[in-house]
Design a protein around this ligand. Structure first.
Ligand code: ADP
Ligand code: ASP
Ligand code: MG
Length: 447
């Protein structure tokens, strides 16, 4: 049974890290490993900036952005091959440069960048990084677009697992026997017509999990810049602690509520296939790591904190709501109509509060809702989520959370239907302080 090893952007940002990735991959080769890579460092951001310049007709800026990426990838390859970049890699990089040049010029000419064009442009980042690593490892380079079949929702493509399984058998399985390695791209896929798609930002984790499920891998490893999933984002709470074991449900909930360490869709294919997912630090492979499975050991009442924001809270009030059986249906129809997903819902006798993403079409939502209710809007809020399988079995969690928050105002509260997520809405600028206080109460004191 093979292994899937995904390395994120920071893990392949420079030659030193690429060497470390190669070392880790070689150490795992005895099982047969598929290495799934993100674009190096901030390449995807840079490609999106270049695409925006091109769309606005600023071709010089767009091409300057491309040249900077070209130089950075060339420098990476030169550092890995001090004797000279092999001709196969030279050609592959030159072809990618030509393709990117054409794409940017095409967009600039039309001054129009559709999601389809944007996907074609951003896909170049993962192709650059994987070409370099595959050459360095001397391992086969597999074009993910031949395997990761998706629909045509450019920018947020939906994978088609059945087709993916068949294509993985056809294009990947032959490379993956004990002792061998293959390298492919995260983030990118293609439609049945061969059009390049992407799974959305941070989507390489999802790719790894999809490949793992299709290959019936023994483990999906997510290698990144933290020692596993921690009790909170360490950028907000520097004292956040490693979590050795996590349930699929907890990890999915943390990801959905903003823990960037995993793309929100990552766990789905792994759960369906019953494959453990581990999260590990590329530069500290001997350090702590997290194993995510269906049945982890039990621990503290709360497992971790996550935060998502900014979000907008809509409070919809109607005195006619009382005993009106169709009210909620009518309410949610408005959100469906505007293709707006609702995260949290809390109901009271005559009002319903809901949270939507900050970029939701507020004016249109409001206009439709005001046809039958009064609407109050609170922008710049954040959802702080306390997640844990044992929350439901622990009395007094809500009281403890409120006690910890002290004078910070909680504007909405919701216990997820699965009872492993207590979500609190606070002002966005107060969210870091709310996380620090909750972390102190739930993870830094005796349970
Ligand atoms: P990669 O490029 O490897 O995909 P990401 O930047 O997407 O890495 O994800 C790793 C980052 O996620 C960490 O550096 C950390 O700041 C952030 N993060 C947010 N929440 C958590 C958490 N609960 N545990 C660990 N890291 C977290
Ligand atoms: N390179 C893509 C991004 O930056 C995908 C990923 O890194 O997961 O969003
Ligand atoms: Mg990521």
């Amino acid at each position: 049974m093979s292994l899937v090893m995904k390395f994120g952007g920071s893990s392949v940002a420079d030659a030193e890290r690429m060497r470390q990735v190669a070392h880790l991959a070689r150490s795992a080769a005895s099982q047969g490993a598929l290495v799934v890579l993100s674009a190096a460092g901030r390449t995807t951001d840079a490609l999106l900036v270049a695409a925006r310049h091109a769309e606005s007709g600023r071709i010089e800026e767009a091409l300057a952005g491309h040249q900077a990426l070209q130089r950075a990838h060339r420098a990476l390859a030169e550092a890995l091959f001090p004797e000279g970049i092999p001709s196969g890699l030279q050609r592959a990089l030159a072809d990618l440069d030509d393709e990117l040049d054409l794409l940017l010029r095409g967009v600039a000419l039309l001054q129009e960048c559709s999601p389809r064009s944007r996907d074609a442009i951003t896909s170049v980042g993962e192709r650059f990084s994987t070409r370099i690593l595959a050459a360095f490892l001397g391992a086969p380079w597999v074009d993910a677009r031949k395997v990761l079949r998706t629909d045509a929702t450019f920018g947020a493509a939906q994978p088609q697992p059945e087709a993916l399984r068949t294509l993985a058998r056809e294009h990947l399985a032959s490379h993956l026997h004990p002792g061998s390695l293959a390298v492919t791209q995260g983030f990118i896929g293609a439609t049945s017509e061969g059009l390049t798609t992407t799974l959305g930002r941070g989507g390489s984790d999802y790719s790894a999990s999809l490949f793992g499920a299709a290959l019936e891998a023994s483990e999906i490893q997510i290698w990144t810049d933290v020692e596993g999933v921690l009790t909170c984002d360490p950028r907000v709470v520097p004292g956040a602690q490693a979590i050795p074991e996590l349930s699929f449900a907890e990890a999915a909930e943390l990801a959905a509520f903003g823990a960037k360490v995993l793309h929100p869709a990552t766990l789905e294919p792994a759960v369906a296939a019953g494959i453990p997912v581990t999260v590990r630090h590329t530069l500290r492979p001997e350090g702590c790591f997290t194993t995510i499975t269906a049945h982890p050991g039990t621990g503290r009442p709360a497992t971790a904190l996550a935060c998502r924001g900014p979000v907008t809270v809509l409070t919809v009030t109607s005195s006619r709501m009382l005993n009106q059986s169709g009210f909620l249906a009518r309410l949610f129809e408005v959100f469906r109509h505007h293709r707006t997903s609702v995260d949290l819902v809390a109901t009271a006798e005559v009002s319903v509060s809901l949270t939507v993403d900050a970029d939701a079409p507020l004016d249109r939502l409001r206009a439709d809702l005001e046809a039958f209710a009064r609407v109050e809007v609170a922008e710049d809020r954040a959802i702080v989520a306390l997640v844990g399988e044992r929350l439901k079995a622990t009395p007094g969690v809500t009281g403890r959370a409120f006690g910890a928050l002290g004078d910070l105002n909680v504007e909405m509260i919701s216990m997820g239907a699965n009872e492993i997520n207590l979500s609190l809405v606070v002002r966005h600028d107060e969210a870091p302080e709310a996380l620090r206080r909750l972390h102190a109460a739930f993870f830094e004191e005796a349970p």
